[in-house]
Design a protein around this ligand. Structure first.
Ligand SMILES: [Zn+2]
Length: 214
């Protein structure tokens, strides 16, 4: 098992510096990182084509509980974004320097901490459910509490928000798809490139079908 430790930042907690991959081995979880291709708002592939979806171990453990609960209801998550290196954040900020939508790289965003993700709901076949907007739709309609919606989109967004908050994630006011680990402040922003991030599969760390820390 290879574990990524970031010594360069000089922080005291090595454990807190570990990232784990949230892989498709998790039952029903769909990974489709939007920045691995140019099919996104920025029309730019910021990530390498096969960049893994990475999170802090405890954040991944919370996500596993969300996925398990949704699966029991014939639903699941599709992950659009997770950990994002600070260097990518700087590039995004140059393209869209608006803190409502892109975290200022000087402060470091929650994606940079491996403690946030962008996600939507899918059915048991992995097909996206109707939601208020597409990913990175920077309109009023994308707000976490914007309610002038078709009933189906409203119901699906409510379901996603209800399950995510139940398991320790916080909503983000301007983007219905973005969720922060409620404990994100524990973690520091990282600039580990995807190419060098050799990390254990979160599933393998647990061995009993769920994610967790060992
Ligand atoms: Zn996000």
């Amino acid at each position: 098992m290879k574990i990524l430790f970031v010594f360069l930042l000089g922080v005291s907690s090595l454990k807190a510096q570990t990232l784990v991959e949230i892989g498709s081995k998790a039952d029903g979880l769909v990974i489709e990182l939007r920045y691995t291709t140019a099919d996104n708002y920025f029309k730019t592939a910021f990530y390498p084509r096969h960049a893994p979806a990475l999170l802090r171990p405890k954040t991944a453990a919370k996500l596993a509980l969300v996925q398990a609960e949704l699966k029991s209801q014939g639903l699941g998550l599709k992950i659009w974004d997770a950990y994002r290196p600070l260097s990518v954040q700087r590039t995004m900020w140059r393209t869209l320097p608006d803190a409502r939508f892109v975290a200022d790289p000087v402060k470091g965003g929650r994606h940079n901490r491996g403690a946030a993700l962008d996600a939507t709901l899918v059915d048991a076949q992995g097909v996206e459910r109707r939601m208020p907007t597409a990913h990175d739709d920077f309109s009023e309609k994308a707000g976490a509490h914007f309610n002038l919606l078709r009933p189906e989109a409203f119901k699906n967004r409510e379901k996603l928000q209800q399950v995510m908050t139940k398991h320790g994630f916080a909503l983000f006011e301007s983007e219905w798809w973005h969720f922060d680990d409620a404990d994100w402040e524990r973690y520091e922003a990282l600039d580990v490139p995807f190419e060098t991030a050799e990390v254990p599969d979160a599933r393998l760390m647990c061995g009993d079908g769920g994610w967790g820390e060992r």
